[in-house]
Design a protein around this ligand. Structure first.
Ligand code: HGY
Ligand code: MN
Ligand code: MN
Length: 422
């Protein structure tokens, strides 16, 4: 348990917990997690939760050309906006906190700032609470899609044409939920995001607030293993071109590569794998899979990619298959602005919340946003570090402390205190 004071008793905290609980039942799974994949009916319901509460709290909402939803509070007409938010979409059987906590926290930070700002004392910047489209990248790859288009890293035409496994495009899916908007969203002056850690360093050390200073580098690859269909019974083993055998050897090679870097740390997995024709009596002719490699050391990542390349050549010969590898998404170590970490540290000290500088190993929309505007990224503890799992959990007092922290940070960003930070 962290050292957060019991911050769940105030009216503000109770209002946040009430709204977060009403969000948590949207798209609920039998295992008490959520399934709110991008632009599905459940995602649309979560978006309706967002826009109706935003309107209740005095925000105007708009949807941009890639389905990013913005709740706008305009104190000074024409001034840029401090953006604060995260994502409401989820993995297929996911936890209730990943992304959703950050959007709910941002909405309540905005609500508190709207209520506390008196005429004549308006801040330098306006405020926009944001739900980024498709951060998770499961129905439509790549992940962090909405913020990638917003920050100019992914062309909008390319994003809108991406298809899910049923052949539905992003544009068609957004159209179907009435969220294929227009425009490029509000101009950002700064960005803040709070998120569950999805790891266990904060919980293990009893710290309430993580001050994210850098992200691990990541490299994701779309791989196709090509073989040849044959009868699983009658085909001679030596003649077989078994795509699933090749894919299986690749999955093991990925773990062996992580273990080869026992000194430094390299995380690897294959999380998605599709077999064709996936029939019990047919040797598979094709397997599509996605490899995910992450490390705090970009040289380790480069060395791992070299090892993988050599291993793949061996697998092609041993399994008598051909393997095509395309890099599908990647981001480097580049840190968050140090001045933003310092500003967040001052806020935590003022609120008497324990804090520590941390890496983020997971991707977030803030990884995109920090490359265009000064950005502050914050964590609250995840119990047992569990995430992308229905058992994902964060204690109420940590969650409420995070909202207090985000409110304090956003107030300072709205006053322009991070202007010019590099
Ligand atoms: O890719 C990521 O790490 C993020 O969770 N979508
Ligand atoms: Mn997330
Ligand atoms: Mn996630």
């Amino acid at each position: 348990m962290s050292t957060a004071e019991s911050t769940t008793t105030t009216a503000d905290a109770q209002a946040f917990l009430r709204d977060f609980r009403s969000l948590s039942v949207i798209g609920e799974t039998p295992g008490h997690g959520v399934d709110r994949q991008a632009a599905t009916a459940a995602d649309a319901q979560a978006r309706a939760w967002f826009t109706s509460l935003a309107a209740q709290y005095g925000f105007r909402t708009e949807v941009d050309r890639t389905g990013n939803v913005f709740a706008l509070l305009e104190w000074t007409p024409g001034a840029p906006y401090v953006l604060v938010g995260s994502h409401l979409d989820s993995q297929p059987t996911a936890g209730k906190y990943d992304g959703a906590y950050g959007v709910a926290a941002a909405l309540h930070a905005g609500r508190r700032l709207a209520e506390s700002t008196v005429p004549g004392e308006e801040p330098k910047y306006n405020l926009a609470v944001v739900d980024w489209f498709n951060e998770e990248g499961c129905r439509f790859a790549p992940s962090m899609m909405g913020s990638s288009v917003y920050t100019g890293k992914l062309p909008v035409e390319e994003a809108l044409a991406i298809q899910d496994k049923q052949g539905t495009t992003v544009a068609q899916a957004l159209e179907a939920i009435g969220h294929l908007g227009t425009g490029t969203g509000p101009t950002a002056a700064a960005y803040a995001e709070i998120h569950i850690e999805q790891g266990r360093s904060l919980e293990d050390t009893g710290i309430t607030i993580g001050l994210v200073h850098s992200c691990w580098a990541a490299a994701k690859y779309s791989v196709t293993v090509h073989g040849e269909q044959a009868h699983t019974g009658s085909a001679v083993i030596a003649d077989r071109k078994d795509a699933l055998l090749g894919a299986s050897m690749l999955v093991v090679l990925l773990r062996e590569t992580a273990q080869a870097f026992s000194g430094a740390v390299l995380h690897t997995s294959v999380g998605q794998l599709d077999v064709y024709p996936n029939s019990p009596v047919v040797v598979p002719s094709r397997v599509d899979l996605v490899m995910d490699l992450r490390s705090a050391d970009e040289e380790v990542l480069a060395a791992a990619q070299k090892l993988l390349h050599e291993g793949i050549t061996r697998i092609e010969s041993d399994a008598n298959v051909t393997i095509d590898v395309q890099q599908s998404h990647a981001w480097g170590l580049n840190p968050y602005q140090p001045a933003g970490v310092d500003l967040a540290r001052e806020c935590a000290d003022k609120l008497e919340l324990s804090h520590a500088p941390v890496f983020t190993l997971a991707g977030h929309d803030s990884i995109n946003m920090k490359d265009i505007v000064p950005t502050v990224m914050l964590f609250v503890p995840s119990v047992d570090g569990i995430s992308h799992n229905e058992r994902e959990f964060t204690h109420d007092d940590d969650a409420c402390a995070g909202v207090d922290m985000l409110t304090e940070v956003v107030a300072r960003l709205c006053r322009g205190e991070l202007d010019g930070a590099k």
